[in-house]
Design a protein around this ligand. Structure first.
Ligand code: 3JN
Length: 343
């Protein structure tokens, strides 16, 4: 089997580290592996599969001879993607920099893999909450087109990086000691006002836009329409930060164009790759973020009719946002490209 030269930009962060875990776990066919990061992390040595790799500072020349460039995300993507493309690499990018660019496919591997064919060097990985929602919606959409989605998210602190995790830890420890909880990171480190996340919920992820929705909420709306290639689908989102370490959860209400029976929905979800149905009220079986972390699948439960409106259903969806919501989906895009002879 052909092996590929792979670069990881942002190799030392949470998504970068997850790329390494998954490359090993999935036996991804790599030859050379180049670990790139900002100047701050350059020089760090990472042992991977028994070999030491020194993290290099990303420069415009970092992508020579690279076939696949996996970008972990962040504002650094915009700067380096053109260099990687010019060097002949295919860039699969986790940031929002290119997601809404009409020239850039926005892909969930199981949902719209055919979109990859139209790429011009860059393929975008959607926002983590968008990916998790799309996985649960696609098998339903294929049975009975979706008219409207109302989604509320419950997003883990690791979505805000390692600093988000440390902030929750420090606040819990302070509270236990009877000390004041210090808040520096959430809702967004870029803001100058912060709230504690321990024993709290924050109904703001990222900054507010002119329509009083947050950027995270509008990403879910706009990206989902692009992925399904359906601008008619009505979507409204409320995104909430919760004091959970890892795995995002979503309460989704979905209005369909026709009525379906619950067993039909469960069967479609069960047979969809990457989705596991965990739904048995009698046994108190439903997905929870504590138990889905570090797992690949998106878990769906609490599937039931919305008795207040015709052809409408409720469900509860949970998935590891660093795996399927980021690193796993990115690597799966690369795998689809290899399978289809596109790289
Ligand atoms: O907060 C979360 O749970 C998800 C955060 C995603 C995020 C954070 C900073 C910048 C993104 C994203 O992937 O949409 C970006 C971005 O690339 O815009």
């Amino acid at each position: 089997m052909k092996k590929y030269n792979v670069a990881i930009l942002g190799a030392t962060g949470a998504v970068g580290q997850e790329f390494l875990t998954l490359i090993e776990e999935r036996n991804f066919p790599f030859n050379e592996l180049r670990l790139l990061a900002s100047k701050r992390s350059a020089g760090k040595v990472i042992n991977f599969m028994g070999k030491d790799y020194t993290v290099e500072e990303a420069t415009k020349d970092s992508f020579t001879n690279i076939d696949i460039a996996l970008f972990a995300g962040g504002s650094i993507s915009k700067e380096f993607a053109p260099y990687a493309v010019n060097a002949g690499a295919v860039v699969i990018d986790n940031s929002s920099s290119f997601r809404m660019d009409p020239e850039v496919p926005l892909v969930v591997a199981e949902v719209n893999p055919d979109a990859i064919c139209k790429h011009k060097g860059i393929i975008a990985n959607p926002n983590c909450s968008t990916i998790i929602m799309c996985m649960a919606l696609k098998p339903i959409y294929d049975l009975a087109k979706i008219k409207r989605i109302v989604v509320s998210t419950y997003q883990a602190v690791s979505g805000a990086g390692k600093e988000g995790i440390d902030e929750l830890d420090n606040q819990v420890a302070a509270h236990v000691k009877g000390e004041e909880m210090v808040a520096n990171i959430l809702p967004s480190a870029s803001l100058d006002k912060h709230y504690p996340i321990a024993f709290n919920l924050i109904p703001q992820i990222d900054v507010f836009l002119d329509n009083d929705y947050t950027k995270e909420e509008m990403k879910m709306v706009l990206e989902t329409k692009k992925i399904f290639d359906d601008q008619q689908m009505a979507i409204t989102a409320t995104t909430i930060r919760v004091p959970v370490y890892r795995s995002h959860s979503e309460s989704i209400n979905v209005e369909l164009e026709k009525s379906l029976e619950i067993p039909q929905i469960k069967a479609a979800l069960s047979s969809f790759p990457g989705v596991t149905v965990q739904d048995n009220p009698q046994e108190m079986l439903y997905p929870m973020p504590l138990y889905t972390s570090n797992l690949d699948d998106v878990y769906v439960g609490r599937i039931r009719k919305d008795e207040s409106l015709a052809n409408t259903y409720n469900m509860w969806v949970v998935g590891d946002q660093i795996r399927k919501g980021a690193a796993l989906n990115t690597l799966q895009i690369a795998e689809v490209m290899i399978e289809r002879g596109l790289i």
